[in-house]
Write a protein that binds this ligand. Structure first.
Ligand SMILES: [Zn+2]
Length: 674
């Protein structure tokens, strides 16, 4: 990339860089990752780069949205060299493309996509296809493609026959200067296999129940050929650690791990681990609008939601004196199995994605990082008063920032059952430590020796998962494998306010033989419901009066190992406004507004009233209007129905229509003063 880009990129707080999976790309990616802890590697689900991902049928828009979120405030900005913009097949509305190097001087939050080669025109056409060719569609579409990221697609001389004008070292030098000032979101695409078909995403998948919820998880580990060759001991020890998680957690879908042996970790410390991607609002997601790490999303769905990509990335420092022992006999060196257990836990979802910067708390939309937020973990973090930290985002995110540096605890119901009914303290040093704060247990927390696994500093040698750590995993949605009791729950993702809605809980436990069970339903802003019965199934009618995202906890007690399940539901309300009185023959406009305004699902409005033809508006936004005229005097009831995904939210409005009576004029006597 020419050095002139530096000046152009400096105003931006977020850069999305695409690199190839070839040797040079992998080398540069590794070097870039080592430049700054603010670099976050992500990978396309299939293919070697964004172009190949498109070519194998990947939906670039879906993927970018999954990585970048769907904040509708930020437009997509496309930058393309003018000579290439004239290529056939590039049907972009006139005026929608910007000239290169005419980026705005201030970060306006837009996504910038720079296409630099004919090869990458394919991606450009994908953007065109996604956003449509007509100006009106384009506008609303780009408004829905999101986020303050800039997608800078690099030149690829091999594929498009162009000559790169900058030496590699210059590129790296430029990135080093950028990394010094810009938190960098980096796209790595190394070592990926080509997909056999288009990747599929949860929202469009048919529902299928898992074959077995308590089936032990199987891990499939591939060492990244773009990294150094690991010693045989590391290979064996990682398999061993994965096996410990495998007998601890259940999944009917194989969990795929990409491991990298390298002296240039993309994190500080001796190893790092993270989920490779996320899925949200898939049919079996217990929590609405929540980014599930893909291995957990697969386990909940009973199928591989992202078959083209792996699920977990782990990196290990190759220059460390490791002990690869799988038993616990005394050895020297850092214990690889314990480290691997810890990093796999992060990859399985033990990770908070809220963060603090300059005393402000962020969830997903901050200027310095962007992580899919909230994760299931984030939803269950509370302060010492038991208040969810996420609820501090508004009205003042500085309060969230303060809590993230002082007072965060994991408050899921399984965790509390395993921790004497108390939440467990999370690591929150007074100076935010990105990647460490929030995502680890505080060393002061009283817990079993095995629960020291998720302390920020590793204990010497662990070969099992502790009860609190397992409780946190279960609270996020994982089922415990083997003979452990599990509770699963079902219920809608969206409900109407003041609309009693059934939720169910099922005890999955081979040891259940009809003993009495107590099911207790608690959560945000609904009445506590308790049922005691001798069955392994329970139903509760839950009602909320206020809109917003509410958590639902159900606990099954009465057995030696009580268990719980967590859901989160979006409670929506519809508010209809308009005149209360009117006259026949006059048009009146009525407005229906959804609360919360950002629903995030397709909305269809239907308006009905006596004497009027019903009006249906698909693809509705946060509000909708209708204008009606009545011809006769009567009291009219207007019924508005908002169909949000599968949920029906209804509200009514009553208007009294009167007929104008022309012979009722009132005449005032005129008195002429003299
Ligand atoms: Zn860690």
């Amino acid at each position: 990339m020419p050095g002139r880009w530096l000046a152009r990129l400096l105003p931006y707080t977020r850069v999305f860089a695409a690199l190839d999976a070839d040797k040079a790309g992998t080398l540069n990616a590794t070097r870039l990752a080592a430049l700054s802890a603010r670099v976050t590697p992500v990978r396309v689900p299939a293919g070697n780069d964004v172009t190949e991902y498109h070519q194998v049928g990947g939906d670039v828009r879906v993927w970018v949205m999954a990585m970048a979120g769907d904040d509708t405030r930020f437009p997509l900005r496309v930058v393309i060299p003018p000579d290439e913009a004239r290529l056939p097949g590039l049907a972009v509305p006139a005026g929608r493309w910007q000239q290169p190097l005419t980026l705005p001087n201030q970060d306006d939050g837009s996504i910038v996509v720079v296409y630099a080669s004919a090869e990458e025109m394919a991606v450009c056409r994908e953007a065109t296809r996604v956003c449509g060719e007509r100006a009106n569609t384009w506008s609303s579409c780009v408004d829905n493609i999101v986020k303050p990221i800039k997608l800078i697609s690099n030149q690829n001389s091999q594929k498009c026959g162009r000559t790169l004008t900058v030496k590699k070292i210059d590129t790296l030098s430029l990135w080093r200067r950028i990394a010094a000032v810009i938190p960098l979101v980096m796209l790595l695409a190394m070592g990926m296999r080509l997909a056999q078909g288009a990747p599929v995403y949860a929202a469009t998948l048919p529902t299928r129940a898992p074959d077995s919820l308590t089936q032990e998880a199987v891990f499939s580990i591939a060492w990244n050929s773009g990294c150094a060759t690991p010693p045989a001991g590391a290979v064996t020890a990682l398999e061993y650690a994965a096996g410990i998680w495998g007998v601890t957690l259940a999944s009917p879908v194989t969990i795929t791990v990409s491991a990298c042996w390298t002296d240039a970790l993309p994190c500080t410390g001796i190893a790092c681990g993270d989920t490779a991607s996320y899925a949200r609002n898939f049919p079996q997601a217990p929590m609405v609008h929540t980014y599930y790490p893909i291995a957990l999303a697969n386990a909940l769905s009973g199928r591989d939601l992202a078959p083209a990509g792996h699920d977990i990335n782990v990196f290990f420092q190759s220059e460390l004196d490791w002990s690869f022992a799988t038993d616990t006999a005394p050895t020297t060196g850092s214990d690889f199995v314990t480290t691997a257990l810890h990093e796999l836990a992060h990859g399985l979802g033990f990770s908070g994605n809220m963060y603090e910067s300059h005393n402000v708390g962020f969830c997903g939309n901050g200027p310095y990082y962007w992580y899919p937020c909230p994760s299931p973990y984030d939803r269950l973090v509370v302060d010492s008063q038991g208040i969810p930290l996420l609820s501090y985002m508004e009205p003042d995110p500085r309060v969230l920032g303060s809590k993230l540096k002082s007072d965060a605890n994991f408050g899921g119901p399984n965790t509390m059952l395993r921790n004497n009914h108390a939440w467990i303290k999370l690591y929150t040093p007074t100076i935010w430590d990105q990647g460490t704060s929030l995502s680890h247990l505080d060393p002061s927390g009283a817990s079993s020796y095995e629960d020291t696994l998720m302390y920020p500093t590793l204990p010497s040698r662990l070969r099992a998962i502790g009860p609190v750590t397992l409780g946190i995993m279960q609270d996020m949605g994982w089922q415990a494998a083997g003979d452990a009791p599990n509770l699963t729950s079902t219920g809608p993702m969206i409900v109407g306010a003041n609309n009693p809605t059934p939720f169910t809980a099922d005890l999955l436990w081979a040891g259940y033989a009809g003993q009495p069970m107590t099911y207790t339903w608690t959560g945000d802003a609904h009445a506590t419901i308790t049922h005691t019965d001798q069955i392994s199934h329970d139903t509760a009618l839950l009602t909320w009066s206020t809109p917003g995202i509410k958590r639902v906890f159900v606990t099954a007690t009465g057995i030696a190992t009580p268990t719980a399940a967590t859901r989160a539901v979006l409670v929506a309300a519809l508010n209809v406004t308009g005149t209360l009185q009117g006259m026949a023959g006059q048009p009146y406009t009525f407005k229906a507004a959804l609360l919360p305004p950002a629903i995030g699902f397709p909305i269809t409005y239907t308006w009905e009233a006596a004497g009027q033809i019903p009006v249906t508006h698909p693809d509705g936004g946060a509000d909708d209007t209708v204008t009606w005229t009545w011809t006769v005097s009567d009291t009219q009831q207007i019924t508005v129905t908002a169909l949000v995904a599968d949920a029906t939210i209804t509200a009514t409005h009553t208007v009294h229509i009167k007929t104008i009576v022309f012979n009722h004029w009132v005449y005032l006597p005129l008195v002429q003063k003299q």
